[in-house]
Design a protein around this ligand. Structure first.
Ligand code: NDP
Length: 540
């Protein structure tokens, strides 16, 4: 449960992206250390898999208590290491993961209960089938830095409730939050090696994949996802991929514009736009575009930007120089393509100065605050409307018809989430079903990752598989089918040896039994009896 000790003396140093202060340092786990961690997790699995759901529930609920006892301390650490506002660390990470933990602690047993399945006409032959769920073994979790607490912790809690053990490789940008997750499980009393944290950069993640856990839960970019898919193929390790997004928000002319404007501001600027489900494209009906844009700009102007650990700050620092440079590149692309910056568009100059209360970050980076930016006169041909930005930018385009809005929304390689805003709920649902995305909200935005009961995952290049919800839990188990014949006195008609009579029976089975019709199958009975008599005669 604690950090795996290194065999060589490399260190990751974690800096606060807002202030440049060191948050902490952690030893990098060597490739041998990674192999050892997975081996110990396999060993621990042998006894963990035998624990009752009640025991797992007790420990997961105890982990919740550990978190509850130190909410502010954990939120400060998340904010310091990621740059996000303190308030968001609680509202978007701690609170949702606590809810997810209690839900799966209480529901996993019911959701994974063995159950009978219908087998149609085979039941008439005295057969029955049931499904039993088995844990997989070791689950490797490789999360991104943007939700460094809730994503790996939530996935770990689900994996543990399903009877697996877990090895987590946090992002190199948020290693201390990763260690905190290990500490929480340790304090809660989980047995040794049920949850291990390994530390390091991409190579450490690659070593984890190489060590062949039974499953990889990956959250990150499409490019890294493809590398992991290729590496995992070597051992046929199955993976869930939670990848990027370019999520659209569609606002119809009858929407509550005041609400939609507030939602757009939160949906695109929370976590400085570094959410996989951030609103990255807003399509508004042309008749209300000016009004909505005005409201959005006014609301954006009111936002206070600063060091995230201050409670009144709505927009913190971005996570890294690399990320803020992508945002600058996209803003430059918008401008060069003829778009108009309504507000923002630059790094926040005041926050880069020491007089603003902090030094420029060490480690080569400078000012990582990007102003929340609203852009108009954009269209889908612009590069910045096609690539994931992952920053506080809100480009607004217009449409004139419902089908036009759907076409624009679907015109993307990504399909993680989307939202539709209208007072006409029938239209909202109709449009939602035509959007190619894993989650579509009607009159809501972004937040359903926080509802542990609902599945999370993308269409198209936004991912494969699901986390959360029953679908996500099913990714963490292997279903076993147990089939019983309670009339085991006669041979099956399809057994050997074959004959002309056998082939005639098979033809009849194809025509009658395989129709699913009881009536037609009744007509098959004489031929079936003939065939079985033939088999019995040949046997005796
Ligand atoms: P990356 O793909 O760069 O990294 C993700 C994780 O993979 C990190 O822990 C990283 O380590 C690790 N990693 C890097 N290379 C390898 C490798 N070869 N083998 C194994 N692991 C490796 O993504 P970002 O961290 O930049 O995250 C941003 C992306 O994540 C965005 O595209 C965003 O949309 C997506 N995302 C998707 C979510 C979803 O639910 N669909 C949720 C949140 C984010 P290290 O950081 O140490 O280099």
């Amino acid at each position: 449960m604690s950090a795996v000790l290194p065999t060589k003396s490399e260190e990751l140093v974690s800096y606060n992206p807002a202030t440049g202060d060191e948050v902490g340092r952690v030893a990098v786990t060597s490739p041998d250390g990674v192999v050892g961690a997975v081996a110990r997790a396999r060993e621990a699995f042998q006894s963990w898999r035998k624990t009752t759901f009640n025991e797992r529930k007790r420990l997961v609920m105890a982990a919740r208590e550990v978190i509850l006892a130190d909410i502010d301390g954990i939120a400060k650490l998340i904010s310091a290491e990621s740059g996000k506002p303190f308030g968001e660390a609680i509202s978007m990470e701690i609170a949702p993961v606590l809810d997810l933990m209690q839900y799966f602690a209480r529901s996993a047993e019911k959701l994974l209960k063995p159950h009978k399945i219908g087998i149609g006409l085979y039941a008439l032959l005295g057969r029955s089938s049931k499904i039993v769920y088995h844990p997989l073994g070791v689950v490797g979790i490789i999360p991104a830095w943007n939700y460094p607490f809730s994503i790996p912790l939530g996935e770990a809690a689900m994996a543990l409730m399903a009877g697996n053990t877990v090895v987590i490789k946090p992002s190199e940008l948020t290693p201390m939050v990763g260690l905190k997750i290990g500490e929480i499980f340790e304090k809660a009393g989980f047995p040794a090696d049920c949850v291990q944290i390994i530390s390091g950069a991409g190579e450490t993640g690659a070593a984890l994949v190489e060590a062949a856990p039974q499953k990889i839960m990956f959250t990150g970019s499409v490019a890294t996802g493809k590398k992991i898919a290729a590496a995992a193929a070597k051992n046929l390790t199955s993976c869930v991929f939670e990848l990027g997004g370019k999520d659209p928000m569609i606002v119809f002319e009858d929407a509550n514009l005041e609400l939609a404007a507030s939602a757009a501001v939160w949906g695109s600027f929370c976590n400085s736009g570094q959410s996989c489900s951030s609103v990255e494209r807003l399509y508004v009906h042309e008749s209300v575009a000016d009004k909505l844009t005005k409201l959005i700009v006014e609301k954006t102007r009111e936002l206070k930007q600063g060091v995230g650990t201050r409670e009144d700050v709505s927009i913190g620092a971005m996570s890294s120089e690399r990320q803020i440079e992508i945002v600058e590149d996209h803003v430059a692309d918008f401008v060069a393509s003829g778009a108009k910056i309504e507000i923002g568009g630059v790094r926040s100059p005041a926050l880069g100065r020491p007089s603003a209360g902090h030094e420029p970050p060490k480690g080569g980076t400078q000012n990582l605050f990007f102003e929340p930016t609203v852009i108009t006169s954009v269209n889908n041909d612009m590069r910045a409307m096609r690539e994931e930005t992952f920053g506080p930018t809100l480009p607004i385009a217009t449409f004139s018809t419902e089908q036009g809005a759907i076409r624009l929304a679907n015109d993307s390689e990504f399909g993680l989430t989307a939202s539709v805003w209208t007072r006409d709920y029938a239209r909202g649902r109709r449009v939602a079903e035509q959007i190619e995305a894993g989650s579509v909200c009607v009159n809501e935005v972004l937040y359903t990752h926080g509802i542990g009961q609902t599945p999370w995952g993308g269409f198209k290049n936004s991912g494969r598989g699901r986390t959360h919800g029953t679908e996500g839990l099913m990714e963490l188990v292997q279903p076993q089918h147990i089939h019983t014949n309670r009339l085991a006195i006669l041979p099956d008609a399809w057994w050997m040896p074959y004959s002309s009579n056998a082939v005639e029976t098979f033809r009849d089975m194809a025509r009658k039994f395989a129709s699913g019709s009881l009536l037609k199958t009744t007509a098959l009975l004489p031929q079936l009896a003939k065939r079985i008599r033939e088999l019995i005669r040949k046997r005796s």
